[in-house]
Design a protein around this ligand. Structure first.
Ligand code: NDP
Length: 291
């Protein structure tokens, strides 16, 4: 029996790491990238260069996409859509849940099946079973290809709705970007006061690693719709965030981030939550922009 085959389209840092992982496990890997030179090193290691997207799609059933977003995918695949029938497209390009659902329908109309993927690690985490990728789409398609996908990362199947993997990915990004910005903002305030990032590192790590305790404490209360002010009060939170904003301004640092946080806290107070926990802001978010 010949080696198992997989096609990888898109050879940015992520696609390249994926090809390396498949080659390392002895897969027959066909590659294509718009900028052809990005395949050179991979071809030297044994990957097969497809001359065209059509040829890449023709190499086998399983096609992994690692493109910037879904717009790039349509730009590539619309002109060759008649070559999609019978293919399993594992779309590891990040985008929104809505676009993932649209894409699954678009592929189905062309006789192809689509698995949405949301890779949770940078390229350095590819090939590590401890890393994880969210998947969603038809269960039988996922099960049939699970072992191959596990060459890349651990595989966390979220359900049949094609939007789910993208949704879980975006939920992670929602937390990631806000948390990272909070760190950069604190670094700027520290820097304005003569404290370098390296000096703040132990304190920054201690603050970030204290977060799981808060998540675990408040989660059941949030699911129960309860925000008692027994351990914290939103009104106290307003005073605290005012201090953060003031410290940023006094340090000559852009205070837009704490000002936005303060605005949300104040809206919570205006909605009547002053004596509730800061978790009552969940209700403010839930009511949407109209609230
Ligand atoms: P890049 O943006 O560096 O690479 C994207 C690939 O998409 C390149 O091969 C590029 O081709 C191709 N591409 C973009 N636009 C077009 C187009 N219009 N037509 C044809 N090809 C196009 O991304 P990464 O490799 O870093 O990531 C790939 C995906 O993985 C992204 O969706 C990203 O969000 C996701 N991801 C990335 C992580 C990371 O840390 N890098 C972490 C988790 C997920 P060309 O080389 O010709 O420009």
């Amino acid at each position: 029996m010949g080696a198992q085959a997989v096609t990888v389209i898109g050879l940015g840092p992520m696609g390249q790491a994926m090809v390396n992982a498949f080659l390392g496990e002895g897969y027959r890997v066909t590659v294509w990238n718009r900028t052809a030179s990005k395949a050179d090193d991979l071809v030297a290691k044994g990957a097969i260069r497809a001359a065209t997207v059509r040829e890449a799609l023709g190499a086998g059933e399983l096609v992994v996409l690692s493109l910037t977003d879904y717009a790039a995918m349509y730009a590539l695949l619309e002109p060759v859509q008649e070559s999609l029938a019978g293919r399993v497209i594992v779309n590891l390009s990040s985008d929104t849940p809505d676009r993932a659902r649209e894409a699954a329908a678009w592929f189905a109309e062309r006789g192809a099946r689509h698995l949405t993927g949301g890779v949770q690690v940078p390229p350095s985490g590819i090939g590590d079973a401890a890393s994880a990728t969210f998947y969603s789409g038809p269960r039988e398609v996922f099960d049939a290809h699970r072992r191959t996908l596990e060459v890349l990362t651990g595989a966390d199947y979220r359900g049949a709705d094609p939007g789910l993997a993208a949704l879980y990915y975006q939920l992670g990004m929602d937390m990631f970007w806000t948390s990272m910005l909070s760190w950069l903002h604190a670094l700027a305030v520290a820097d304005a006061n003569g404290i370098k990032a390296a000096e703040l590192l132990p304190h920054a790590v201690a603050t970030m690693t204290s977060m799981p305790q808060f998540l675990e404490f408040y989660t059941s209360r949030i699911d129960a719709g309860e925000h008692p002010g027994d351990v914290d009060r939103l009104a106290m939170g307003v005073a605290s965030v005012e201090h953060v904003e003031h410290t940023a301004r006094a340090s000559g640092v852009d205070a837009a981030l704490p000002a936005a946080v303060l605005d949300i806290f104040r809206r919570g107070v205006a909605a009547g939550h002053a004596d509730s926990s800061f978790t009552s802001l969940f209700e403010v978010f839930r009511k949407g922009a109209a609230a």
